[in-house]
Design a protein around this ligand. Sequence first.
Ligand SMILES: Nc1nc2c(ncn2[C@@H]2O[C@@H]3COP(=O)(O)O[C@H]4[C@@H](O)[C@H](n5cnc6c(=O)[nH]c(N)nc65)O[C@@H]4COP(=O)(O)O[C@H]3[C@H]2O)c(=O)[nH]1
Length: 530
Amino acid sequence: MKKTLTVALTVLVAMAGIGLPIWFAIEESERQAYKAESAHALGYARDVVLRADETGRQVFEGFERLAPFRDAPCTPAAIDLMREIDLGSTYIQAVGHVEGNRMLCSSIGGANGALDLGPPTYRSAIGAIVRTGVGFHFAPHKSFIVLQYGSFAAILHAQLPIDTAKSEPDVALAVMPLEFDRPVSVRGRIDPRWAARLGGAREAVFEENGRVIAVVRSRAYQVAGIAAVPMHYLEGRSRDVAARLVPVGLVAGIALTFAIVSLARLQMSLPVALKAALRRKEFILEYQPIVDLRSGRWTGVEALVRWRRPEGEVILPDLFIPLAEQNGLIVKLTQLVLERVCTDTAAFLRAHPDFHVGINVAPADFHAGGFLDSLQHALRQMGARESNLMLEVTERGLLDPVVARETTGLLRRHGFLLAIDDFGTGYSSLSYLESLELDYLKIDRSFIEAIGTGAPTSQVVGHIIGMARDLGLRMIAEGVESQAQADYLRRQGVQYGQGWLFGRPMPFWEIVRHLEDQAAREGGPVRAAG
Ligand SMILES: Nc1nc2c(ncn2[C@@H]2O[C@@H]3COP(=O)(O)O[C@H]4[C@@H](O)[C@H](n5cnc6c(=O)[nH]c(N)nc65)O[C@@H]4COP(=O)(O)O[C@H]3[C@H]2O)c(=O)[nH]1
């Protein structure tokens, strides 16, 4: 059942591992395509505004030049100037003088050819009169805009400001006056209400009915340029981006899935490998010093197991201890640890009765029969004493009150040192701990880390210290990394510390060398204060 679940989970992870990166790739390609398409539409709208602004600039500059002829607008000199303005500009088709709805003289008709302009389409706030859709007999089928200011007017080709985006004829463009409800110049399907989407902004981009729409306000006049780009450009672009991103997503997904499935397979085969490793005794120990916080002297060590695989890879206990516990292998592992402790430390312990080696004891060790026997057997082999061994039990290992009381009592009576490990991470109450026979309380690293940080847990260490004091337990602070933490703990009456500040886990011969150096400095034999 468990295996079926693992297989099902692996398949699920594999599907998600491949599916998710592809989904992200498609999402990302659509996002990138929309971004690119928005820039595309904005480009056209800005172009339209630029053209409209330039048209306005040329027209009003022309009107300024004609201003001196306001009282004699159709004289030969005025008409010559009109022709000059007309020929010198790129957007103006003709300039002329208007009375009512008629252009009486102009750069094209001279003083004789009057032209009918029709009624104004709208009048702007600054007093300009705009006529759209104006036709002339000499240019059939063409539509013009007439822009009048005072008595002068310019005839403009209606298509000129939007004469852009020729390669994409289905892109709709318009010059939209912000003071009127219809565009003055338009190509394709444009909704005049789009201009209102600007609000107070200079530019707006949005999506509507399968088109990406950009609206850009002119800085000079009350007009906006509008461009509407059909979605199929976006879809095409999205397909292009997806064509680049999806393979990357696919490769990433396969690699990810491969890694996850390999890890899952490793997890599935780990118990088997662990069993074989126990048989082949692939475990070694490192020892981390426990230090007297007042004298700085190393009083003991904690043995920490490592799994060294034949290929040289070293696996830390957090990965395999839970596995060993789940698979009924922990008792065997503890046995092996004891053997290693014997080999590594026997000679030293025989000469240093006050020095202690801590070993981690799992809950199952307590429940297994013969634990005491194997401890005593190990001690006999080492020629060491019970007080050389400190058994570190987590709060989890003491969950069953009857077993906990019996075993701790028994071990204590035989002279072993007992420590409660990772204290603070479980739920032991003061009264429960009172009923157990213990020597040391090891304050968990998480509380030491919090010292001086102002975090809520930074207060907890004070309570733990108070509790240990009430119980008459000696304290070992775990994970001491800074001098400030060590100073604080010493001031609070914590006797011992363990952590990187004093030394990382190391082979036992390095521990011995350190103690010898220390003794040499002090001019005596190796001494370990207990
Ligand atoms: N960040 C930081 N870490 C520090 C510092 N000082 C020590 N440590 C690490 O904290 C852990 C202390 O051991 P633990 O609380 O008994 O926690 C041990 C213990 O619960 C378990 N373990 C280790 N060896 C054995 C064993 O032989 N038997 C059993 N049953 N469990 C073991 O594995 C846990 C992890 O062991 P390790 O990975 O060796 O990790 C060790 C040690 O390397 C420090 O200043 N900063």
